[in-house]
Ligand binder design. Structure first.
Ligand SMILES: Cc1cc2nc3c(=O)[nH]c(=O)nc-3n(C[C@H](O)[C@H](O)[C@H](O)COP(=O)(O)OP(=O)(O)OC[C@H]3O[C@@H](n4cnc5c(N)ncnc54)[C@H](O)[C@@H]3O)c2cc1C
Length: 398
């Protein structure tokens, strides 16, 4: 053994801080080995499978179907999980601070904080509308709907936002409650039609499916305000509402600008093709939070791929090797419309078929098993019971 090794038997491991541990951040953590000293921060204890949270509204899925414990997943990857929100990142100094007052040093930081609810400055959203962005929020909507629709009093439900989340919310309410004669449903969308970014076929198919029911779609009319019992439109119309669901999309969280990763508030953080921050070379920004040179849709699959790419690039940077660009796969999106239809959206082309629901379920089950590979008979049993339980609830009722 030489003298140098005797003085320092364990070479220092590069310190990596990962901020946010859902799709992008968790996959990055899983891509880094024991040669790194990795700490993962997230205020929530659960990894959440967001692409299927609409199913909590109808009760087809339960919160436990869509959640995995972060602490266990991060520990299985050999790293440390800190249940805390990061409030500041100083990339120049290589430090971050958390809400609980913890100060932490890093050599590399991977920022995977996703987005926050976009309210467009509409009055009353936070106080009087239920958001549609997490397991807890969608489960709360499901509970509120069940209570509201217990009796026979006429009920009016308004969904604000006719993007994929709003369409999926509408489909789940119809799946469970479409036979109720006392239910009126409204979807309000500022754009010219439902899911305006994709082929008009989706809008046409949804309108056809809802024709037998008391559903009104108000497209091209922005919302002016939300009050406790109504949604007011900029056109002057007032829609009575017993429950307002806000599915208005996402915007960049304040941390990105505060950490000088984004030039302006509400902007996603610009990165180069290797996912490295354009402003700080020791920071990678991945998943929904990143603004790529060639934008990709904000989808879970891309977030997972970016997590893998960032982990590989941290390994390369630490070894003094050249970084590799992120090359997104072409991935279609499956948008469910309850049990009435499912749309496979690939760019501008759309295929509609209720049988595609099985494909969406398969993607969910397979990817959850990849994120949390069953490592024991008990874990395998847990996976099996999740699949069986969900399959039973998905089966059409006789
Ligand atoms: C209703 C809905 C339906 C969707 N349907 C689909 C679909 O069908 N298919 C699809 O591909 N995609 C879908 N998406 C999009 C997909 O969920 C996102 O693209 C994906 O979640 C992005 O992953 P992410 O890891 O970048 O961010 P997120 O999943 O948003 O995770 C961000 C994480 O960062 C944490 N965090 C935030 N701030 C901090 C902080 N300051 N400190 C520490 N941690 C922090 C959060 O707690 C969270 O865990 C849907 C999204 C929603 C909301």
């Amino acid at each position: 053994m030489n003298a140098r090794r005797r003085r320092n038997p364990l070479p220092t491991r590069p310190r990596v801080a990962i901020v946010g541990a859902n799709f992008a951040g968790l996959r990055a953590a899983q891509g880094l080995g024991p040669e790194f000293d990795v700490t993962v921060f997230d205020p929530s204890p659960w990894f959440e499978w967001l692409p299927n949270i609409h199913e909590l509204v109808s009760g087809v899925k339960r919160p436990a179907d869509l959640r995995l414990p972060r602490k266990r997943l991060v520990a299985a990857a050999g790293h440390r999980f800190v249940r805390d929100a990061v409030t500041a990142i100083d990339a120049k100094r290589g430090t971050l601070a958390t809400a609980a007052g913890v100060a932490h040093e890093f050599d590399y930081c991977i920022v995977a904080v996703g987005g926050v609810e976009e309210t467009y400055g509409v009055r009353g959203v936070e106080r009087h509308a239920l958001p549609f962005k997490s397991v807890e929020q969608c489960a709360a909507i499901g509970r509120r709907l069940a209570t509201l629709l217990q009796g026979r009093a006429p009920r009016s439900i308004v969904i604000v936002g006719g993007g994929f989340a709003g369409v999926e919310a509408l489909g789940e309410i119809l799946r469970r409650y479409r036979s109720r004669a006392n239910l009126a449903l409204h979807v309000v969308e500022a754009g010219p039609r439902l899911m305006a970014g994709v082929s008009p076929k989706v809008d046409a198919a949804v309108r056809k499916h809802v024709r037998p029911y008391a559903v009104r779609i108000h497209a091209g009319v922005p919302v002016a305000a939300i009050t406790p019992a109504a949604v007011r439109l900029q056109s002057g119309e007032r829609i009575r509402s017993d429950l307002t669901i806000w599915a208005g999309g996402g915007v960049a969280p304040p941390l990105l600008h505060a950490a000088k990763l984004a030039p302006k508030p509400r902007q996603w953080a610009p990165v180069d093709a290797t996912l490295r921050s354009r402003r700080h070379h020791n920071v990678f920004v991945i998943g929904d939070a990143a603004a790529l040179p060639r934008p990709v849709p904000k989808q879970a699959f891309h977030a997972l791929e970016m997590g893998e790419c960032a982990a590989a690039n941290v390994r390369r940077a630490a070894a003094g090797r050249a970084l590799r660009p992120y090359r997104p796969s072409r991935t279609p999106m499956l948008v469910a419309f309850g049990d009435l239809d499912t749309f496979l959206v690939a760019g501008r082309s759309v295929v509609a078929n209720p049988a595609l629901a099985a494909g969406k379920e398969a993607v969910f089950q397979v990817t959850m098993a990849q994120i949390d590979p069953p490592s024991s008979v008990q874990a395998l049993g847990g996976l099996a019971s999740r699949v069986i339980g969900v399959t039973r609830r998905l089966a059409p009722s006789k």
